[in-house]
Design a protein around this ligand. Structure first.
Ligand code: BES
Ligand code: MN
Ligand code: ZN
Length: 499
């Protein structure tokens, strides 16, 4: 999709379709009013006759409206004006793009980006519009033998801003939104693939291709190198699978040589059966999404490169398949992690933390500014926070605040949970330095407590994305989250750097 920015009157646009909003009940937004004036009350007439109420997400397509230059006008319902906030704005833009795509025209000129959204500036509205457009048009049909093609697909979208003075900011936001959306699609394409295609080896190949495309440095360590480094916790998870584990390290050098890097660590379990602590059958297919953390950090590297951020960022991705097999790790097995700490593996289904702990120890060698790990780590997080926000835990409050703020800015929100020492005792083991599970209470926190034992040497935050990385049910599929959060964290850091 091609995007552009424009400022100008709606009645003068020579385009396949002009899109304006209608509030409930039957109130014209400002651009709609301009059209109505040019069309001598054509729109207000229609509304008065009851053709449209303005319900959020509803649409009405009009052809050849007198007094206007566009082939069509699309009215989009915005709901109640007082209640028009972030989610409503996104819903309206999505409805517009969906309808445009189902309508014959190749291009559309959207005025919804001019609507005021409380506490959100034009930069936010443009970034979100691009992302929503890409999300609405996203299809994953790689694995279908027959693809249902749109007859005349939409090729170009133009977003309008009220004032010419806003054009420069809007152009910059368009680039940012596009970079983030490209990252999200990249993540979705990896995460939506089934486990028999997206194996650790495949993930390493795709990371390599992405790195080459964007000029990143890349290294992939195999089993022998991991053994040499003493990553026995990670390797214990891979033992039941025929798929060899991989350890991916990708570097984006946009900053000065001696700028400390931000390290992003992503859980890359390409399929999580639970291992010998086998998961129950229902919905087990969704465990192909257990590499969403990995996909999200690789996607964020792509976005960072597209935005040419003046930062050094390193992605570290431990990737394995968690299977039961003759060689698999048994409950009760004890392993020595790369850090030297020993772990009693009481439940082989708590495998995410086992691969992450060695990756977190490995991250020390970069003398990081900070380390952020991203993982579909606990079912408990889905119970606590549902599918709305990601869980956030950190050993440094300022870092946690930065991430919460980035989530708010990118509309990909997180919520902090406590990492109090009091929870650490749940990880006690009679036989090793720690167990890998902490019992039923506070499962998300004890998982983070486990990780915290490997992150003492730097500022660290952990994002549990078990509830936010993908959708179940009819709309099953990767969401592309938390790429917007991570990208906005980097954008904010880049801004601080330049200021
Ligand atoms: N990948 C799962 C967590 C998960 C569950 C993600 C549901 C998305 C949806 C993780 O490896 C896991 O199995 N965690 C266990 C930990 C438990 C054994 C302590 C869990 O949450 O049940
Ligand atoms: Mn598991
Ligand atoms: Zn898992």
């Amino acid at each position: 999709m091609e995007f552009s920015i424009k400022s100008g009157s709606p009645e003068k646009q020579r385009t396949a379709c002009v899109v304006v909003g209608i509030f409930e009940s039957r109130k014209l937004s400002l651009p709609a009013e301009l059209l109505d004036n040019a069309a001598r009350g054509y729109l207000s007439d229609l509304l008065r006759r009851g053709d449209m109420e303005g319900k959020l997400g509803s649409t009405l397509l009009l052809h050849k409206v007198p007094g206007t230059e566009a082939e069509r006008i699309l009215l989009v319902g915005l709901g109640k004006e007082r209640e028009f906030r972030e989610n409503e704005y996104r819903t309206a833009v999505a409805a517009a793009v969906r309808t445009l795509n189902e309508t014959g025209g190749f291009d559309g000129t959207i005025y919804l980006t001019e609507l005021p959204v409380k506490k959100r500036d034009v930069a936010w509205r443009i970034r979100q519009a691009v992302q929503v457009a890409e999300e609405t048009l996203y299809r994953f049909d790689q694995m279908k033998s027959k693809k249902d093609d749109v007859r005349r697909p939409l090729r170009k979208l133009t977003f309008c801003v009220e004032r010419r003075t806003e054009l420069a900011v809007a152009e910059k936001s368009l680039t940012e939104g596009h970079a983030i959306a490209s990252g999200m699609s990249f993540m979705k394409n990896l995460a939506n693939l089934p486990g028999n295609v997206c194996t650790p080896t495949y993930l390493a190949e795709q990371a390599t291709a992405m790195a080459q495309e964007h000029g990143l440095q890349i290294d992939v360590l195999g089993r022998a190198e991991m053994e040499q480094l003493g990553m026995h916790s990670l390797l214990a998870v891979a033992k039941g699978s025929h798929q060899p584990p991989q350890f991916i390290v990708a570097k984006y050098q946009g900053g000065k040589t001696d700028d400390k890097p931000i390290v992003l660590v992503g859980k890359g379990v390409t399929f999580d059966t639970g291992g010998i602590s086998l998961k129950p059958a229902p919905e087990m297919d969704e465990m192909k999404f257990d590499m969403s953390g990995a996909a999200s950090v690789l996607a964020t590297m792509k976005a960072a490169a597209l935005m040419k951020l003046p930062l050094n960022v390193i992605a570290v991705v431990p990737t394995v398949e968690n299977m039961p097999g003759g060689g698999a790790t048994r409950p009760g097995d004890i392993v020595t992690s790369m850090s030297g700490q020993t772990v009693e593996i009481l439940n082989t289904d708590a495998e995410g933390r086992l691969i992450l702990c060695d990756a977190l120890t490995y991250a020390e060698r970069f003398d990081p500014d900070c380390v952020i790990d991203v993982a579909t780590l606990t079912g408990a997080c889905v119970i606590a926070l549902g599918h709305v926000v990601s869980g956030l835990l950190a050993n440094t409050d300022s870092l946690a605040r930065e991430l919460l703020e980035a989530g708010h800015e990118g509309w990909d929100r997180a919520w902090q949970m406590p990492l109090f020492d009091d929870y650490q005792e749940q990880l006690k083991s009679n036989f090793a330095d720690m167990g890998n599970i902490g019992g039923r209470p506070a499962g998300t926190i004890t998982a983070a407590c486990f990780l915290s034992r490997f992150t003492k040497k730097y500022d660290w935050a952990h994002l549990d994305i078990a509830g936010t990385a993908y959708r179940s049910g009819k709309e099953k599929g990767s969401t592309g989250r938390p790429v917007p959060l991570l990208a906005h964290f980097l954008l904010a850091r880049a801004g601080a750097q330049q200021a």
